[in-house]
Design a binder for this molecule. Structure first.
Ligand code: DGL
Length: 289
């Protein structure tokens, strides 16, 4: 058992969707959340740059005597978990890719799984590999949907623009009719003989920002595709991994200390939407990495 806080890191405010799930799953814990807002987005950058930034952020959080680190950023998890683990030797470091892949493999009936993520995450192939490792018969397709990040940041996660962008990205992935109604094709049932059908029955939201757009995505793909968001499964993975390191007094409310590398005001304003509760600018500390 340890009273030390759990460090949570993301390129910006998107990881607050993971923090929310963590606080729900581990109510007695203290968290320190770092958003590297000065260098967002990571999703358009090279693996080397993402890895360098992520290791710096992880080291900064480690200096706050955390007992574990949650890399609540898909792009950073995909590019830099081994490098972070190497730097923070001995500390539990949990990313979001494996829990997301695991959840997708469990809910998909047909084994045809689609992943949407940032350019860097899709290019690196981490989700595709993790899913294939857990379920070798799976058919995985992945698409970079970078504009979703900007839409979520701008608070334009609902309405006609978000739905039109969702259709733009998802039409070919789900073999949707071109019509703008967005009713969506039904995922195929299992093909006799074990072949994986052509249309995915499961969609992984492989980016911290995408849960904000779940409504627009749902409107585009219809109601029959399962949508997997790794936040909840990551929180469960953290609970299982930390085990005896968790605080013994779960009745206490969790508390969060917020750190950002740029504008506390913007972090508080945009982050409040992602967290689903108000963050005051005065509660956000500005740090340099
Ligand atoms: N947090 C990033 C992720 O989950 C999205 C934002 C970015 O591109 O930095 O991949």
């Amino acid at each position: 058992m340890s009273d030390a806080p759990i460090g949570v890191f993301d390129s910006g405010v998107g990881g607050l969707t993971v923090l929310k799930a963590l606080a729900g799953e581990l109510p007695g814990e203290q968290f320190i959340y770092l958003g590297d807002t000065a260098r967002l987005p990571y999703g358009t950058k090279s693996p080397e740059t993402v890895s360098r930034y992520a290791v710096q952020a992880a080291e900064a959080l480690a200096s706050y005597d955390i007992k574990a680190l949650v890399v609540a950023c898909n792009t950073a998890s995909a590019a830099s978990l081994p490098a972070i683990r190497e730097k923070l030797k001995g500390m539990p470091v949990i990313g979001v890719i494996e829990p997301g892949a695991d959840a997708a493999c469990r809910v998909s009936k047909t084994g045809n799984i689609a992943v949407i993520a940032t350019e860097a995450t899709v290019r690196g192939g981490a989700y595709q590999e993790a899913i294939q490792r857990l379920r070798p018969d799976a058919r995985v397709s992945a698409r970079a949907t970078q504009l979703f990040v900007a839409l979520a940041e701008e608070g334009m996660h609902e309405g006609p623009i978000a739905e039109s962008v969702a259709r733009h990205y998802l039409t070919s992935l789900f073999a949707l009719p071109g019509a703008p109604s967005g009713a969506g094709a039904a995922p195929s049932a299992l093909v006799p003989g074990g072949a994986v059908p052509a249309v995915p029955d499961t969609l992984v939201l492989g980016c911290t920002h995408f849960p904000m757009l779940a409504g627009a995505i749902r409107a585009a793909i219809g109601t029959r595709v399962r949508i997997v968001d790794s936040a909840a499964t990551t929180a469960k993975a953290v609970r299982d991994r930390l085990g005896s390191l968790l605080r013994a007094s779960p009745a206490r409310r969790s508390s969060v200390r917020f750190l950002a590398t740029d504008s506390p005001e913007r972090f508080a304003r945009v982050g409040s939407r992602f967290l689903g509760q108000t963050i005051a600018p005065s509660d956000v500390e500005l740090i340099d990495l």
